[in-house]
Design a binder for this molecule. Structure first.
Ligand code: G6P
Length: 620
């Protein structure tokens, strides 16, 4: 999704901005541009379609210099992928430049008005409307901040913007409206940084301020002033981010996805760190702002999430219902927000919204949280990005994954960490509600503690076979993933991984439903990945495996180490270590990630930045 970077100080702004954009490449984009200002060189705008390296080449041919600048990577919403549609966009006078994340929902109406006033448009974007509007108001007030404020009041939708005007060469104006992605302002020594995502500026500063919805920041070299859209002053706390920016570098790995798959044992450990006390048999979630009596009152939990996080939600439902005996409904956040959900009756606080999101900026998930807030229902977020909007909206607390930045668009370590944190949350609920005794909880904690080691073992022992299977199947045009119960969402996640990065059409299905349709697809060319680790439904899975084999499908089974029965029935068996049934999905998904990764590599796909996808989806 679109990325924003800005700089004001005494360094070379082009370097800072382009480096920042490079850090944001993982978000997915199709064009990029910068605007750099210097008194003698004036306003220099450079834009290119395609990868950032195209822009970098352009900057070598036509350098831009100055100590103030903004840059943007665009993911097309309004208007195709052309240089004219790339940001920054200029107002009619050419003095004002704007970059934006989000969508101006009423842009047609605003554009119509501006055209009537004689403005001419050079792009098909909604952002150009913002540039012209700011320019329009600037003519009368001659103040960039005032003109930006006036403009923002007219916009509908969620927008994060940064504006610059050559008549005020010591100022950048940054603003956030709604949930179109965040704006972080990095504090330096007589310099300031602006970014939509903090990895963009972590090389320069760890001290950050996050803008809230309807905040306007006037950013100068030596000062930073934040006000609300209506002009009232606002104070925002400074967050110190402890992430090591090196953690976001690829090191010796060929792709971030591969690195992030390998980081899972460490990420799982970090998700558990400080949260479990084996001696007392207790789970301690410090970030949770709900008391035990709040937790006891909960009758229903609504989980809202998107993509991979939604799959985590489906797994979490099993964990919570089984361990804590609370009813759970799982919704795609994009559906939830429009289905007029009934969360709880007036005055009762017996429901909870659980938002699951890696980025904490997915617009649909944030809208679901806002819906909960509007109905007086508290929300808890399971979230990775520190200080993200979801973390701040979660009045019941943000349970951080502590997985570190995830750069590969296809989520891997964030997914398994989501499952680990969801399990902790389920145990915490069980502890407060008394559905598990401390002795039982201790057994779960022991299994959790052993999990990072088992994840490492899974990666090490399954990789060679996954590579071999990828070589055997990378020409396939379809794949079917089957699982039951808590492993059904893992089938969905395995299929999603494969289709996201290798563009092979893949479907996940509950194995019992296979006979109602997908069975028609089975022939000797179809790889069917069957998740069949031993649990209460194991025998049923074995029958499904037999049904696939009887129709000459190629069964790749995921089973427990040493399961000779399953091995005798499958064409190939990937062996994973055993853990408790409700933790097993965390191990089962790992070979599916590794398989998808190697298939994509063999097909020559852009693994970390698959076509058309974005890491964090800040538009509807
Ligand atoms: C995008 C990403 C997915 C991700 C989904 C939800 O579609 O490509 O990998 O699962 O957004 O993102 P979130 O940040 O809310 O977990």
């Amino acid at each position: 999704m679109c990325g924003i970077v800005g700089y004001i100080g005494s360094r070379d702004a082009t370097t800072v901005v382009v480096q920042g954009l490079q850090r944001l490449e993982y978000r997915g984009y199709d064009s990029a541009g910068v605007a750099i200002y210097d008194q003698t060189a004036g306003l220099q705008i450079r834009r290119s379609t395609g990868k950032l390296e195209n822009l970098q080449r352009r900057l070598i041919a036509e350098p831009a210099r100055g100590a103030i600048g903004i840059g943007h990577t665009r993911w097309a919403t309004h208007g195709g992928v052309t240089e004219a549609n790339a940001h920054p966009h200029r107002d009619a006078s050419g003095a004002i430049v704007v970059i934006q994340n989000g969508i101006v929902e009423n842009y047609l109406e605003l554009k119509g008005r501006l055209i009537e006033l004689g403005y001419q448009f050079t792009s098909q974007t909604d952002t150009e409307v913002i540039a012209h509007l700011i320019g329009h108001y600037y003519q009368s007030c001659r103040d960039l901040t005032t003109a930006t404020r006036q403009t923002l009041r007219e916009l509908r939708g969620g927008n994060a913007i940064v504006a610059f005007c050559i008549h005020e060469p010591d100022t950048l104006v940054a603003a956030r409206l709604g949930n179109a992605g965040g704006i972080a302002i990095g504090l330096g020594d007589n310099e300031h940084f602006i970014a939509s995502d903090i990895p963009a500026i972590l090389d320069y500063t760890r001290n950050l301020i996050f803008l809230e919805d309807r905040d306007v920041a006037v950013v100068r070299r030596h000062e930073l002033t934040i006000t609300r859209l209506d002009g009232t002053p606002a104070q925002r706390p400074v967050h110190t981010i402890s992430w090591d920016p090196v953690a976001a570098a690829k090191g010796d790995y060929r792709h971030f996805m591969q690195k992030e798959i390998d980081e899972q044992p460490r990420a799982l450990m970090d998700a558990l760190r400080g949260r479990i006390d084996q001696e007392s048999g207790r789970v301690e979630l410090e970030d949770l702002r709900l008391s035990d009596s709040d937790l006891r009152r909960i009758e229903r939990i609504y989980i809202a999430a998107c993509g991979t996080a939604w799959h985590a939600g489906l797994v979490a439902k099993f964990m919570i219902e089984h361990l804590a005996r609370v009813r759970v409904e799982v919704d795609y956040a994009s559906e939830f927000r429009y289905r007029d959900p009934i969360l709880q009756r007036d005055g009762e606080r017996d429901a909870l919204l659980l938002a699951i999101t890696q980025s904490g900026e997915t617009v649909d998930t944030l809208a679901a949280m806002e819906e909960a807030r509007a109905q007086g229902t508290p929300s808890v977020a399971i979230v990775n990005a520190i200080g993200s909007q979801a973390a701040r909206l979660a009045d019941g607390g943000a349970l951080y994954l502590h997985a570190g930045p995830e750069i590969g668009v296809a989520s891997t370590k964030a997914f398994t960490s989501m499952l680990a944190v969801a399990y902790l949350f389920a145990l915490k609920l069980a502890q407060a509600r008394g559905t598990l005794s401390p002795i039982q909880i201790r057994e779960h904690l022991q299994a959790l503690i052993e999990l990072p080691g088992k994840a490492a073992q899974t990666i090490e022992q399954t990789t060679p076979l996954c590579v071999e299977l990828a070589e055997r199947h990378y020409h396939a045009s379809n794949a079917l993933y089957l699982g039951r119960q808590i492993n059904y969402p893992i089938a969905l996640e395995g299929a999603l991984k494969l289709k996201e990065i290798s563009y092979i059409h893949a479907e996940g299905y509950p194995a019992g439903e296979m006979k109602h349709g997908p069975i028609a697809l089975i022939d000797e060319g179809l790889p069917v990945i069957c998740i069949a680790t031993r649990d209460h439904i194991y025998e049923k899975m074995i029958s499904n495996v037999e049904q696939v084999r009887a129709r000459h499908g190629q069964v790749i089974a995921i089973g427990h180490i040493g399961d000779s029965l399953l091995a005798s029935k499958a064409n190939a068996m990937i062996e994973v270590p055993a853990t408790l049934p409700f933790l097993q999905p965390i191990l089962n998904v790992i070979p599916l990630q590794i398989f998808a990764y190697h298939v994509a590599v063999l097909r020559g796909c852009d693994v970390d930045q698959p076509r058309n996808l974005a890491k964090s989806v800040t538009v509807e």
